[in-house]
Write a protein that binds this ligand. Structure first.
Ligand code: SF4
Length: 498
């Protein structure tokens, strides 16, 4: 690893030595994952009774439709988001596309009759400087739907974290000042890839079992909030225009994902004066206790919170102790992404939980620029005093780090480590590096589904599922033979295992 320019450093060191995330940086060839349009439109895919209008060439719209079909709607969010496109062509980039946008908005309002329309621009319409705000106010005079705009030209934000931060802020612009707040009400901010059916569609009944067989992060955070006698007001981003608009009526905001949640919470505090609790992504026992207790302190519910936590821990502690006997003293190899190299908050939150179990954590597979682009997440974990070791280096663009090299570098032997994968296509080779001989715990948001526990792992139920999965993974790895089909098929796809 050292020969390839990699070394283990504290997260804070990697952050400090990395230049600001823009195109003029020390990492030639690194251009960021996906385009900002993808993050902006997929965030909007969690809303309801709404239409996304793409202002640009049809190919941008097709790129997003394809992403939504293959990586998004299959697993999360709105099963189908309408996204008509203005269809900018060679002539429009000379004469301007604003007129096309006005006529498209009027037509969409008539044809789809939505409650809300959001305009997303693209590289070409941003480069020619189409006046989108004026086009929207012109169309708004004749449209029933409220129309908003989320800037999303791909070239304007090379790194994923920056795209998210800038997109999240725009949801505060959709909200309206509320003269009164509702007692005991709490918004959850920063929910991405979960469509919360807590806001009924106009004229439709609310579905009782609204989140189905597999609960998600918001289900568990809702349980924690309700467990101390408070009520959930809004879960964002989700719901209809009216649901989002009235979010400032809540007494306080709590945060799920920090990347999506903190920017919006800070902006809501500036504009509407809504305070927020400075905790997020509670994976593991202590972070969950802290998340609950800080909300309880803010709302004067410490006694209820202590009672609730005591009850939860009575049930959870035996499983925690049991998991500890399987992994305490071992190394947790936590991958922050395979090709994507972008996941930071969730692997860090997982690392906190694994340290509670007595594991030695090592994070890898995060591109330094993507860490730099997630400054808010970084600040949060530093404030919490959590600064583990991470693999720093010149990551090849969208190429996974070879995990065989990491094992060699750390001189790890079979039985001394557990692999935690956070993304699709985990490393595997039948008979060599396969769950049948190396414990692999799937903690990625794409594939993990656990009955009655949030797949992404927050809260006490998330912790219980994590401990169960760790025990299962270690026990399964003792089989030693009959590799999984995935391990046999995957083989040397990326890694060259000896
Ligand atoms: S042209 Fe720009 S906005 Fe369109 S898909 Fe490519 S990067 Fe994204």
């Amino acid at each position: 690893m050292q020969k390839q320019g990699f070394k283990w450093v504290k997260v804070s060191e990697m952050f400090e030595k990395t230049p600001e995330a823009d195109f003029n940086c020390d990492y030639p060839g690194y251009s960021g994952l996906w385009c900002r349009l993808i993050m902006a439109v997929t965030s909007y895919a969690m809303t309801k009774n709404s239409v996304a209008v793409i202002h640009g060439p049809s190919n941008c719209a097709w790129a997003i439709r394809n992403f939504c079909q293959t990586d998004y709607s299959l697993y999360y969010g709105n099963p189908f988001l309408h996204m008509p496109v203005t269809g900018i062509d060679q002539n429009d980039v000379i004469s301007g596309g604003a007129d096309k946008l006005v006529s498209t908005l009027k037509q969409v309002d008539k044809d789809y009759n939505p409650e809300h329309i959001c305009v997303f621009d693209t590289c070409s319409t941003a480069l020619i400087g189409d006046d989108i705000e004026t086009a929207i106010s012109t169309a708004q005079k004749e449209c029933k739907a409220r129309i908003d705009y989320i800037p999303s030209a791909g070239f304007t934000a090379p790194s994923l974290g920056k795209s998210i931060e800038e997109t999240a802020l725009k949801y505060a612009d959709i909200m309206e000042y509320q003269a009164e707040t509702t007692e005991n009400s709490v918004n959850i901010l920063g929910q991405y890839k979960e469509q919360q059916d807590s806001s009924p569609m106009p004229g439709k009944k609310r579905c009782k079992n609204r989140r189905g067989k597999y609960s998600d992060d918001a289900s568990e955070l809702t349980r924690l909030v309700e467990g101390i006698g408070l009520n959930i007001y809004r879960i964002l981003i989700s719901g209809t225009y009216d649901y989002i608009k009235t979010a400032p009526q809540a007494k306080v905001n709590v945060i799920s994902c920090p990347t999506w949640g903190f920017p919006l919470a800070k902006r809501m505090e500036e504009i509407f004066g809504t305070p927020y609790v400075n905790q997020s992504i509670p994976i593991g026992i202590e972070p969950t206790k802290k998340w609950v207790m800080e909300l309880a302190k803010f709302t004067g519910r410490e006694i209820e919170a202590e009672k609730f936590i005591h009850q939860e821990l009575q049930e959870l502690t035996p499983m925690f102790e049991r998991a500890k006997t399987y992994v305490s003293g071992k190394v947790a190899l936590i991958e922050c992404g395979r090709n994507s190299q972008t996941a930071f908050a969730r692997p860090m939150a997982l690392a906190r939980a694994l340290e509670e179990l007595g594991m030695h954590v090592r994070l890898f597979g995060l591109h330094p620029l993507e860490l730099r682009a997630k400054a808010m997440d970084f600040e949060y974990f530093m404030k919490e005093g959590f600064d583990p070791l991470i693999l720093d280096g010149n990551y090849a663009y969208q190429q996974p780090v070879n995990i065989a090299h990491i094992i060699e570098d750390l001189r790890l032997k079979q039985g001394e480590y557990v692999y935690f994968t956070q993304d699709v296509f985990p490393a595997a080779k039948g008979g060599v590096f396969d769950p049948a001989n190396i414990p692999r715990v799937e903690t990625g948001v794409h594939l993990r589904r656990v009955i009655n526990a949030p797949g992404r792992g927050v809260g006490f139920r998330g912790a219980r599922a994590l401990y169960e999965n760790i025990i299962e993974a270690v026990m399964f790895s003792e089989r030693g033979s009959k590799s999984t089909l995935y391990g046999r098929v995957h083989g040397d796809f990326y890694e060259s295992f000896s």
